[in-house]
Design a protein around this ligand. Structure first.
Ligand code: NAD
Ligand code: WQD
Length: 331
């Protein structure tokens, strides 16, 4: 079965391509390399022994997509391609609407033209806004606090609407929590462009000595130690969730799953675990809260277990270790 992976050379996409190939799927990738590089294809080949078909193209390019769907009999699309920096989305909302919404609409038009009726979409826990309680289940109210989050929620709504217009159209919305970690080969991992915003890439910068330490955004939250609590999930577990989700394609329904571990770790806990397992000495620098942050966010992942048999297997120590090993292998 052939799967088109948009954004397949990116962080989560590349790990998912490995899992797809190892599960026997044929993989076709489209990526414009805005936030990744072509050598990821070599690395996927090195890990799996199979070289995926790769098109360097933009999903907003209808002709490029048309050619891909004409050349390949695509059964399902796994749609990762998009921009993902929350702060940048506040500064450049139109860029985010153009790339994320415009790109998805063009993709869906080409899927429709070529009779492809299955999509797995990378949504995010950001669609829960500031949740009223934790753990979060899929039926919690949805809202957003920034343009990036709005694009995720709008795309979820677009996919629901397309399903209403065509009962054979199937969408699987995967709401990721906080992905970190790297492939055990240390060939694939997260390589953010420029100065990173997320906690783990910033811990890595500090561990490399590029920054003085990690800025802890707030120690006065109503949490176990006053710092923000998140559901960190190993990217390999997340990638495996996509393979499990493919069981639900061709069901003509919209399915929604949280992909998280169900366990929340604080900023202090993550930094301390990172230092312990890696023998590093990342310093904690206490700062004010970051505007827009919430105190706690973690999943109830039971629905994914019940309906697709998916459960995260890898713990926080493995996430910290593989993140650092991958970073060291880049030098
Ligand atoms: P990433 O930036 O590493 O990967 C995205 C890939 O898409 C990149 O390789 C980029 O070059 C490509 N791309 C972007 N716009 C494109 C376009 N118009 N045409 C073709 N290719 C394009 O990001 P990631 O962390 O792997 O995230 C993948 C998806 O998961 C994104 O949609 C993101 O919003 C979502 N997500 C990520 C997180 C996270 O914390 N990493 C959390 C929740 C959801
Ligand atoms: C985690 C915790 C910070 C940096 C974001 C997006 C979300 C999703 C994942 C895509 C928080 C604290 C951080 C630092 C810190 N992406 N922190 N010092 O904010 O949970 O989620 O990425 O969908 O949409 O909003 O992740 O890694 O930025 O922060 O103390 O230098 O670490 O306050 O508590 P977040 P994060």
């Amino acid at each position: 079965m052939k799967i088109l992976v948009t954004g397949g050379t990116g962080f989560i996409g590349s790990h998912t391509c490995v899992e797809l190939i190892e599960s026997g799927y044929e993989v076709v990738i489209i990526d414009n390399l805005y936030n990744s590089s072509a050598d990821v294809i070599d690395k996927i080949e090195k890990i799996t022994g199979v070289r995926p078909v790769f098109y360097e193209a933009d999903i907003r390019d209808a002709d490029a997509l048309d050619r891909i769907f004409t050349a390949h009999d695509i059964e399902a699309v796994i749609h990762f391609a998009g921009l993902k920096a929350v702060g940048e989305s506040v500064e450049k909302p139109l860029l985010y609407y153009e790339w994320n919404i415009g790109g998805t609409v063009t993709l869906l038009q080409q899927m429709q033209k070529h009779g492809c009726k299955n999509i797995v979409f990378s949504s995010s826990a950001t669609v829960y806004g500031a949740p009223k309680s934790v753990p979060i289940t899929e039926d919690f109210p949805l809202s957003t606090t920034n343009p990036y989050g709005s694009t995720k929620l709008m795309i979820e709504n677009i996919l629901q609407d397309v399903h209403v217009s065509d009962p054979y159209f199937c969408a699987i919305l995967l709401r990721y929590f906080n992905p970190i970690g790297a492939h055990p080969s240390y060939l694939l991992g997260e390589k953010p462009n420029g100065i990173p915003n997320n906690l783990m890439p910033r811990i890595i910068c500090a561990a490399k000595g590029e920054t003085e330490g990690i800025t802890v955004f707030g120690t006065d939250y109503d949490t176990k130690d006053g710092t923000g609590v998140r559901d960190y999930i190993h990217v390999v577990d997340l990638a495996k969730g996509h393979i499990k989700a493919l069981q639900k394609i061709n069901t003509g329904k919209v399915h929604i799953y949280n992909l998280g571990t169900g366990v929340g770790y604080s900023v202090f806990e993550l930094v301390d675990t990172f230092n312990k397992v890696n023998g590093t000495n990342v310093k904690k620098i206490i700062c004010d809260r970051r505007p827009g942050d919430i105190a706690e966010c973690y999943a109830n992942p039971q629905k994914a277990l019940d309906e697709i048999g998916w459960k995260a297997q890898l713990g926080i120590e493995e996430m910290c270790k593989s993140s650092w090993e991958f970073a060291k292998h880049q030098d």
